[in-house]
Design a binder for this molecule. Structure first.
Ligand SMILES: Nc1nc(=O)c2c([nH]1)NC[C@@H]1CN(c3ccc(C(=O)N[C@@H](CCC(=O)O)C(=O)O)cc3)CN21
Ligand SMILES: CC(C)C(=O)C(=O)O
Ligand SMILES: [Mg+2]
Length: 274
């Protein structure tokens, strides 16, 4: 999909229609300035629950709340005009029942203006995905490595290898048949991602999956080199803003200590300029 020819905000159906075409481009965002930076270049922007680890220093995504997602979602919405906004449902906000999922998904959409929600899970979430889509809430699914299940998965490991391959294919079929308009494939073998992409009628969005997916997503702070606590194999760093930022802060500190900052252009005289 062309990132420059858009006249209106993209909709889930536009994303769905991109199946098999130019790969969909997506990044996460959590703030207005980051959303502004990517609006013209991305087809959709995800307010990911990775916000908890990336911006709040949490050890996993499990501690992320509805209130955090809503505040960051509102900030991102202010920075977007053409890219579609998708928002993650946080851990504990949808797993209990389709009714619980609807209540919280409706709140996320109403209070942030997101065009769709994303939730983690395959066959076990199919009933909930159908319940939401039948009631007007577009759902992006997320299978493979599902970080909210870190405590049962036992680590951020590759999913769907060997005997687990058939279960991953069943998850893909289940979310597509339930009405998801797209599905994120996280950290699975490339051949499995290619098989899923070939068998589903909806776009696959890869993160640690395959260049053959219908689109790609990364955590923006990872690809900018701003988040450096860990680097998954699937991350490519396109910049090193963390290093650049620390160097800038060190230069500021040295200037202040040497009384080199503020300089004449940063200070005010007694008289207003004429
Ligand atoms: N900064 C950031 N980037 C992400 O992609 C991300 C988050 N945070 N938070 C939420 C989830 C968690 N995800 C993760 C987290 C860690 C690894 C990771 O460290 N992978 C290692 C190996 C870990 C292992 O095998 O146990 C790797 O080298 O890929 C991967 C995905 C993806 N999401
Ligand atoms: C990594 C993407 C897919 C995500 O779910 C997140 O950022 O929370
Ligand atoms: Mg997430």
């Amino acid at each position: 999909m062309s990132a420059t020819a858009k006249k209106r905000a993209l909709l889930p159906d536009d994303i769905r229609a991109a199946k098999g075409g130019t790969p969909l481009v997506s990044l996460t965002a959590y703030t207005t300035p980051m959303a502004q930076m990517m609006d013209a270049h991305c087809d959709f922007v995800l307010v990911g629950d990775s916000v908890g680890m990336v911006l709040h220093g949490l050890p996993s995504t499990l501690g992320v709340t509805m209130e955090m997602m809503i505040l960051h979602g509102q900030a991102v919405a202010r920075g977007l005009s053409s890219a579609m906004m998708v928002i993650d449902m946080p851990f504990g906000s949808y797993e209990e029942s389709p009714q619980q999922a609807f209540r919280n998904a409706a709140r996320l959409m109403a209070e942030t203006g997101a065009g769709a929600v994303k939730l983690e899970g395959g066959t076990q979430m199919a009933e909930t995905i159908a319940f939401l889509t039948e009631r007007g809430i577009p759902v992006m699914a997320h299978i493979g490595l599902t970080p909210q299940s870190i405590n049962t998965l036992g680590g951020y490991k590759v999913q769907g290898r060997g005997a687990a391959r058939d279960a991953a294919l069943a998850d893909a079929d289940a979310v597509a048949n339930a009405g998801a308009f797209a599905v994120v494939l996280e950290k699975i073998p490339a051949s499995l991602a290619d098989d899923i992409t070939a068998r589903l009628a909806i776009p696959t969005i890869g993160i640690g999956a395959s260049a053959g997916c219908d689109g790609q997503i990364l955590v923006v702070d990872d690809m900018l080199g701003l988040f450096t606590a860990f680097k998954a194999k699937f991350v490519k760093r396109y910049a090193h803003l963390g290093d650049d930022g620390e160097a800038a802060i060190a230069a500021y500190a040295a200037d202040v200590r040497a009384r080199q900052f503020p300089a004449s252009e940063h200070i005010f005289g007694d008289e207003a300029p004429t």
